[in-house]
Design a protein around this ligand. Structure first.
Ligand SMILES: O=S(=O)(c1ccc(O)cc1O)N1Cc2ccccc2C1
Length: 393
């Protein structure tokens, strides 16, 4: 037989991107971590990871050509291509101890290779915006893409961590953890950890920080601690980000009022009910007007070139809580990944409430993933961005 022409990368992408991703529920992930084995994981991931990588590579192709020319964007595209090609070599390989061991090593290399994807794409965006003004439709295409691309990346990294920690040499952080997931994640502990670390940063910079006021209600079982099956590092990331925002707002707002009363606390309410686990973070940091509130979930919004010196005159060192960076949009992706959400409700002149909603029931918490299908393609080509309403005043 003629040897099949060397599978070009474009063929690989088209082959795998044809399939929709297979989303897992938190229930399935926990069960599999308990009862699954390395071979079953290998047989699932050697197809599922290429499907998720290829889908995002195909979708990247719909971005403005000028953006795809940016060196940093080409670099990220290169990493995805290399990883897809490496995983594809396992396509026909039978699941033996040796092939599974090699596969696990490949996953660890992929995780390391992709560790700076977010910063590198941000660099690519800056290169793009330095080159020429970004049109409105390009901006909305890029925001649409980055939410899908980063959500897909969160999911790929979770699947890799689960495999390497359950079936590789890597040991879970806590003996009770099942890989990267904790079947009994004590929410209050993570909230306190995140608050203490954010407070340490805040005190280091502002020489002061607001106190925490934590209130909790377990509406399902009053005596039980509030716990759900979740990814501790995802919850920590969300809380740490929101606490940094609230602390900065609280301190800077108090300073601006020139009166030196004690700082108002950051109040956190945690309520576990039948369906939702809700965490509300309330600060009295002066809030944000509605005219600006719609921008805080934008990538790059506040990475606009900062004042020349990162050192703020009144305080020492770079502003560790500077701007919003990517913290809010990425935190919202973490919350939405397992069918939760993150909402910001602000009262201009008073303060802001951040609501985090998580699924309290494992089989309702299923991966929320982008599907690279016709609808997505339509979005890129149809210029849906064109507003069909008069401009806001
Ligand atoms: O926009 S905010 O209301 C705000 C946004 C998100 C959040 O989690 C908490 C918040 O408080 N806020 C952030 C910030 C930073 C410096 C100075 C003033 C403010 C006001």
């Amino acid at each position: 037989f003629l040897r099949l022409p060397q599978q070009s990368l474009a063929h690989l992408i088209d082959h795998y991107a044809k399939y929709p991703p297979t989303g897992l529920t938190m229930k399935r992930i926990v069960e599999f971590a308990r009862e699954g084995d390395a071979k079953q994981s290998y047989l699932f991931l050697r197809n599922e990871l290429p499907v998720r990588l290829a889908s995002m590579m195909k979708e990247m192709g719909h971005l403005p050509p000028r953006l795809l020319e940016m060196p940093s964007v080409k670099t990220v595209n290169g990493w995805y291509g290399t990883s897809l090609t490496e995983l594809h070599t396992f396509k026909e390989l039978p699941a033996t101890g040796d092939s599974v061991k090699k596969f696990t090593e490949v996953l660890q290399n992929i995780r390391k290779r992709h560790s700076t994807v977010i910063e590198t794409l941000a660099q690519g965006y800056m290169e793009f915006s330095d080159q020429a003004a970004i049109k409105e439709y390009e901006e909305s295409q890029i925001q649409y893409f980055l939410n899908r691309f980063y959500l897909s990346r969160i999911s790929i990294r979770l699947l890799i961590y689960q495999h390497t920690m359950c079936f590789g040499e890597e040991v879970p952080i806590h003996p009770t953890h099942l890989g990267f997931v904790d079947p009994n994640c004590l929410v209050e502990e993570i909230i306190k950890d995140a608050f203490e670390n954010a407070q340490f940063l805040c005190e280091g910079y502002y020489l002061t920080a607001p106190p925490l006021e934590l209130r909790k209600i377990n509406a399902v079982n009053a005596e039980e601690p509030i716990a759900i099956a979740y990814v501790p590092s995802h919850l920590y990331h969300i809380m740490f980000e929101l606490f940094k925002n609230s602390m900065r707002a609280t301190v800077e707002h108090a300073e601006s009022k020139k009166i030196s009363t004690p700082l108002p606390p950051v109040v956190v309410d945690v309520v576990k009910a039948k369906e939702d686990l809700t965490i509300r973070i309330s600060d009295r940091g002066g809030g944000i007007p509605r005219s600006k509130a719609d921008k805080i979930f934008r990538y790059m919004y506040s990475t606009a070139p900062r004042p020349v010196s990162l050192v703020d005159s009144q305080h020492s060192g770079p502003t560790p809580l500077a701007g919003f960076g990517y913290g809010l949009p990425i935190s919202r992706l973490y919350a939405r990944y397992f069918n939760g959400d993150l909402e910001i409700h602000s009262i201009d002149g008073y303060g802001t409430d951040a609501y985090i909603y998580l699924q309290a029931v494992e089989d309702q918490a299923s991966e929320w993933l982008p599907i690279c299908n016709r609808a997505a393609y339509e979005y890129y080509v149809s210029r849906k961005y064109q507003s069909d309403w008069t401009k806001k005043k």
